[in-house]
Design a protein around this ligand. Sequence first.
Ligand SMILES: NC(=O)c1ccc[n+]([C@@H]2O[C@H](COP(=O)([O-])OP(=O)(O)OC[C@H]3O[C@@H](n4cnc5c(N)ncnc54)[C@H](O)[C@@H]3O)[C@@H](O)[C@H]2O)c1
Length: 299
Amino acid sequence: MSGIVEGRVVIVTGAARGIGRGHALEFARQGAKVVVNDLGAEVDGTGSSGAAAEVVAEIEAMGGRAVVNGEDVSDFDGAERLVRAAIDHFGDLDVLVNNAGILRDRMLVNMTADEWDSVIKVHLRGTFAPLRHAAAYWRSKAKAGEQVDARIINTTSSSGIYGNPGQGNYGAAKAGIAGLTVIAARELERYGVTVNAVAPAALTRMTENLLPAGATGADPDDIAPLVVWLASAEARAITGRVFNVRGGRISVAEGWHAGPGADKGSRWDPAELGAVVPALVDKAAPNALTNGRIPGRED
Ligand SMILES: NC(=O)c1ccc[n+]([C@@H]2O[C@H](COP(=O)([O-])OP(=O)(O)OC[C@H]3O[C@@H](n4cnc5c(N)ncnc54)[C@H](O)[C@@H]3O)[C@@H](O)[C@H]2O)c1
């Protein structure tokens, strides 16, 4: 197999099905060696099955190279074993795609602490832990004078960066992943590592109950081309960015920035702010809708 990531060693987490499966297969088609990680969980994170082995078999059937890994990405030591598995099996690690995720949707007034913690753990710690161990590996390579051209691609969501009622736990985790992406990009640039994120939209078991009856969603395999390109040598200059992807449409998510402001030069009296804050909010761009669009603006 040859392609734009020829010979690169790639970990894709949550790669047994849905969007992650599409990533693993496209990486293999484009010449990468793939660690297919998946715990085999149900949508809510419970249970485990061996579905990742089927993806490895598919890759091998097309003449590619892949190995299965069943670690829980949110287990700090398990994430270290995952990174080690890539290095032990394929001799190196070039790309980490953090894709694994679960859902436990609930309106905030009814949400349990367990629903909150489990979603935050799988997404946020499950992104941090592999990132942390991969980054330490790349730093030690860079310090030893080796050339590093590595990639981390995280998975956020419109739920987190724009907001979606009913997904307070998931959205908070996904907003955290977007913030972590920006910080990690700045920390790891010096070691030759770029860090970006995608906010995908696709019809998978995770979204089938969220779409109106009869609605057709975009194919989960539509997300992989951008992720694979971001993992390639051509994307070396792009870091700290979040991309929306749905079907054939790709857009750059523009982040928070300091908008209209006022400076009194000393501490405000709360009673003064009624004449200040509403005017600032009027001047500021409105928050985007859940679909990422700012009302009245065509992008
Ligand atoms: N489908 C969409 O429209 C959409 C939208 C926004 C974001 N996302 C994100 O994309 C990613 C993939 O979602 P999907 O729609 O393909 O869902 P999916 O349920 O089909 O796939 C998620 C995979 O992650 C695995 N997984 C769960 N917990 C794990 C853990 N602790 N360790 C290892 N693997 C684990 C599951 O077993 C599953 O195979 C998720 O991060 C999701 O939040 C999806």
